[in-house]
Design a binder for this molecule. Structure first.
Ligand SMILES: C[S@@+](CC[C@H](N)C(=O)[O-])C[C@H]1O[C@@H](n2cnc3c(N)ncnc32)[C@H](O)[C@@H]1O
Length: 344
């Protein structure tokens, strides 16, 4: 009997092995979801309106009949892991999230083969270890992946903003102007101007991102660098921006935001949409729920990609104070992310 089997009862050993296999095989879950989206299964099921037999699904997808049994395996796994999630994979709506799945790709995954080497070395991010440049430079040089990336971001914004314009209405309703810093191709701004017709939005992003974007009513695209300057507005919005950056860079960005807005008395504020990491879990090792688990995984994802970090409330507070803001308020929590107001 070796050390492990002396320490653990048989059922604990089997449970541990099962758990290890589950983690080792979770790549198969990601790849199966990607395959389901690529085959267009959510759309086909949705367009039929009611459950359809497997052979009719094979026909509708134009797959060879020899693939029926394999398709059954895919459908069984999806039935087990996806419930409401399959509805948001239907890609005919603004809230479609299927584009996020297309980011499961060698471009985004290769940095994770460099994680341990990066830990031992001195390079700035695992992404740079894999690609020899920052994520933003790599996206600039690769229009195809850049489109995938921004489609994924737009899908995320479409869904999240459909909730925020209601749950976070009071955050936006008295604003006359807003600049969405790192606002990508404008999906967040589009949702805002539709919900608040008196709001004038500017979208600041890198020149290569906003090049050739058609303007829209109440939306102006501005090519620039948020580390240099941010156009003046009643409020600055940053959705999933600061989690891309380390604390030193985040303080620089926040200081630029502060220069762009009026005083607190005049209604100036910075609006942040990002995760607030569940601290209870970190301190007490509580049972993980799906929100905490998603935040913990995202924290690794942003370490490997842009080289940023997810933050606990204490870390957000520290960042705001170091950037000379007077206070902050977490307005509401939206799944694994929160809407935070920061005051000059
Ligand atoms: C994670 S994406 C978030 C996009 C958008 N806010 C959303 O949530 O859908 C980060 C964005 O920051 C932009 N970005 C990166 N560096 C920037 C810089 N120095 N100045 C302005 N935008 C920048 C990227 O081009 C990208 O659009």
């Amino acid at each position: 009997m070796d050390f492990t089997s002396r320490e653990l009862k048989s059922n604990e050993l089997m449970q541990a092995q099962t758990q290890l296999y589950m983690h080792a095989l979770s790549f198969a879950e990601s790849m199966a979801i990607k395959c389901v989206v690529q085959l267009g299964i959510p759309n086909i099921i949705h367009s039929h309106g009611k459950p359809r037999p497997l052979c009719s699904l094979v026909d509708a997808l134009s797959l060879p009949p020899t693939k029926t049994e394999s398709l059954n395996r895919l459908i069984r796994l999806m039935g087990y892991i996806l419930t409401a999630t399959s509805k948001i994979l239907i890609n005919t709506t603004k809230t479609a999230s299927s584009a996020v799945i297309s980011l499961i790709d060698p471009f985004t995954m290769s940095p994770f083969y460099f994680l341990s080497a990066w830990f031992r070395g001195s390079g700035s991010t695992p992404f740079e270890a894999a690609h020899g440049m920052t994520l933003w430079n790599a996206l600039e040089q690769n229009p195809e992946i850049r489109k995938k990336f921004h489609d994924a971001m737009a899908g995320d914004s479409g869904l999240l903003m459909s909730v925020i314009v209601n749950e976070g209405k009071r955050v936006f309703e008295n604003l006359k102007s807003l600049v969405d810093v790192g606002g990508g191709t404008g999906a967040t701004a589009q949702a805002l101007v539709e919900a608040f017709p008196n709001l004038e939005c500017m979208v600041l992003d890198l020149p290569n991102v906003i090049a050739n974007l058609p303007g829209a009513t109440n939306i102006v695209f501005i090519g620039g660098d948020m580390f240099d300057s941010i156009p003046r507005a009643d409020a600055v919005l940053m959705k999933t921006i600061l989690h891309d950056w380390n604390d030193m860079d985040s303080v620089k960005i926040l200081k630029k935001c502060r220069e762009a807005i009026p005083s607190r008395q005049e209604g100036g504020k910075v609006i942040i949409i990002d995760a607030v990491m569940n601290e209870d879990y970190i301190e007490n090792k509580k049972e993980q729920d799906s929100i905490t688990e998603t935040q913990l995984l995202l924290n690794i994802a942003v370490m490997g990609g842009p080289g940023g970090k997810e933050r606990t409330e204490k870390e957000w507070e520290k960042l705001c104070l170091e950037s000379d803001f007077s206070g902050y308020k977490i307005i509401c929590t939206l799944g694994f992310r929160s809407l935070i107001e920061v005051y000059p």
